[in-house]
Design a protein around this ligand. Structure first.
Ligand SMILES: [Zn+2]
Length: 339
């Protein structure tokens, strides 16, 4: 949400954010001009349960984690302590078929490896890239079929003779009247012969950034992964508590989350509004009686509890209660119920 306006009046979440940090940052995009603005969050119980499930399902156990990581190394034939230089094309369906694990678990592990800079994982669909290793004067020495195809490429993709280029198979296909899948297939064949390097932009790609290290995968990487997953779950639990909770001021909860312990009720959030309504809705005298039933209190103590009312208002009601004999003085400062 890259919004660069200071007069945003509403932020509406149509489902809870993944963490309170995210949520707070997102609602902070409203009212930057200091004027009143509103943050709404739509949610239901089922949605929370669904997200619990989604979160749980994307976390592999250790055996599954190791299976995914070692599959990556073995499919690209990376030996222990080796660091290949090239970028490989990654077929997620291939990993799924081999490991029999969900795409969510596989992506979770790949993103972890990417974030830890163990691999560079590119899941963005983009243009394909092509780099020729054959010079134009060497083409004659190639088998005729290959030479012909490369000539075609030279004529349809500009810049190919001198450098690596980004291109679209579909555009080449339109120019030379060969189907895009067939072009891809031919390029892969030529890549196998080491004439060129071809990266299919429609597939994910992966480049290893650190040498393969089985011991690290088994210990450090796994422990770190596990830690991050636990953290993710905890952040979600906190978000869930925030969402479902109905008794603490929402702002107070957010500030407490960020370590501010002694903040006051904001007076504006859904919880504060509800409390105000129930206090205003009921007789204020009844509120005082309820509090005094718990323990004798001073007017100051009562005002703290009934912070939505002015002290004058509380005092007025108290005098009325004294007059009617429902309340009496315990000492010159403290009031109690007259039983
Ligand atoms: Zn509040």
């Amino acid at each position: 949400m890259g919004i660069d306006k200071d007069n945003v009046r509403f932020v509406i979440h149509y489902s809870p954010a993944a963490s309170l940090e995210n949520y707070y940052q997102e609602i902070g995009r409203s009212g930057r001009d200091g004027k009143e603005s509103f943050a709404f969050m739509l949610w239901n119980k089922q949605e929370l349960l669904n997200f619990d499930q989604i979160l749980k399902n994307q976390i592999p156990n250790k055996a599954e984690f190791l299976k995914i990581v070692s599959y990556l190394y073995s499919i690209f034939q990376v030996a222990e302590f080796e660091l290949p230089e090239k970028t490989f094309q990654l077929n997620i369906t291939g990993i799924q078929n081999f490991t029999k694990l969900s795409k969510a678990k596989i992506n979770n592990v790949l993103n972890f490896l990417h974030n830890q800079e163990i691999i560079y994982y590119n899941d963005n669909k983009s243009l394909s890239s092509l780099e020729l290793f054959i010079k134009s004067d060497e083409i004659d020495q190639l088998p005729q079929k290959d030479a012909y195809f490369i000539e075609l490429l030279f004529r349809t993709i500009s810049g190919l003779t001198t450098h690596k280029v980004m291109f679209s198979e579909q555009q080449v296909s339109n120019k030379i009247n060969v189907s895009a899948p067939l072009i891809k297939e031919r390029l892969k064949e030529l890549q196998q012969k080491n004439y060129l390097e071809y990266v299919d932009g429609a597939l994910s790609s992966i480049k290893f950034l650190k040498p393969r290290d089985e011991r690290a995968v088994n210990s450090i990487y796994w422990k770190l992964f596990e830690h991050i997953q636990r953290n993710k779950i905890q952040k979600w639990e906190e978000m869930k508590f925030y969402t479902e909770n109905n008794s603490y001021c929402k702002m107070k909860l957010i500030l407490a989350y960020f370590g501010e312990k002694n903040s006051k009720n904001c007076g504006h959030c859904s919880v504060c509004e509800k409390n105000k309504q129930s206090i205003f809705g009921k007789n204020i005298s009844q509120q005082i009686i309820n509090l005094l039933a718990k323990k004798p209190s001073t007017i100051e103590e009562l005002s703290i509890q009934l912070s939505y009312h002015s002290k004058e208002n509380i005092l007025e009601n108290l005098i009325f209660l004294l007059d009617s004999g429902k309340v009496r003085m315990l000492n010159f400062r403290t009031y109690m119920l007259n039983n």
